[in-house]
Design a protein around this ligand. Sequence first.
Ligand SMILES: C[S@@+](CC[C@H](N)C(=O)[O-])C[C@H]1O[C@@H](n2cnc3c(N)ncnc32)[C@H](O)[C@@H]1O
Length: 201
Amino acid sequence: MRGRDVLELGCGGAQWSVALAACGARPVGLDLSSGQLAHARRHADAARVAVPLVQASGEAVPLRDAGFDVVFADHGAPSFCEPGRLVAEAARVLRPGGRFAFCATTPLVYLTWDQRRERQSRKLRRGAFGRRRFAFGEGTVDFVPSTGEWIRLFRRHGLTVEDVVELRPSEGATTTYVDFVPYRWARRWPAEQVWVTSRQR
Ligand SMILES: C[S@@+](CC[C@H](N)C(=O)[O-])C[C@H]1O[C@@H](n2cnc3c(N)ncnc32)[C@H](O)[C@@H]1O
C-alpha cells in the first residue's frame, strides 16, 4: 500500500485508514457522521499519522475524479447507501486499473433474521425477490442488493469483478462482536462477503 492514494467509505473511527497510513499509504477517511469523525481524528492524532477526513455521504463524494488507487469499506458506506449511487461514486473517484473492495453482510443473514426473537435463525423467514432494503428498527436502513444486482452495477460503471470471498470463521474462533451472527451459524453459512473489483483501464 506504500504510496497509494486510498479512500475509505464509511470509515467510522478510521482504524483501517490509520493502520494504512502507518504502512505508508495516503488514506482519506469519509463518513456521514460527525461523531464518528471525531473518533477518527482522535485515533489518527494518537497514532501521529495524517488522515484527512471528509464528512459526506458515499452517495455524493465531494472529491475529484480519478484521484484514488484504492477505494474500500469495511461494513461501511456500501451497506447504507443506495447501491447505484454508491458504485457510481466509487468508480468515478478511482483511477483506471484501481481497485474497489468492500465487505458487507450477505443477503442470507437478512433472510433468516428472526425479528420477533431478535436473533439469527436457521429458517428462511422472508422472500428474497424484490427486497434490497431492510430496516429492522435499529434506526438504520441497510441496502442488501442481490449478487446479480451488484454485478450489473459494477459492469454499468466500468468495474470488473475480480473476486467474491465468502468468509468463514476458523474452527474455534471467538468474537467480541456478539451482536452479529453466532459462531455456529457462520460456520455453516456465509454471513459476510468481500467484493473485489477493479476499474477497467
Ligand atoms: C458499521 S460502521 C463501520 C465503521 C468502520 N468501517 C469500521 O470498520 O469500524 C458504519 C459506518 O458507516 C457510516 N455511514 C452510514 N451511512 C453512510 C453514508 N451514507 N455515507 C458514508 N458513511 C456512512 C456510519 O456513520 C458508520 O461510521
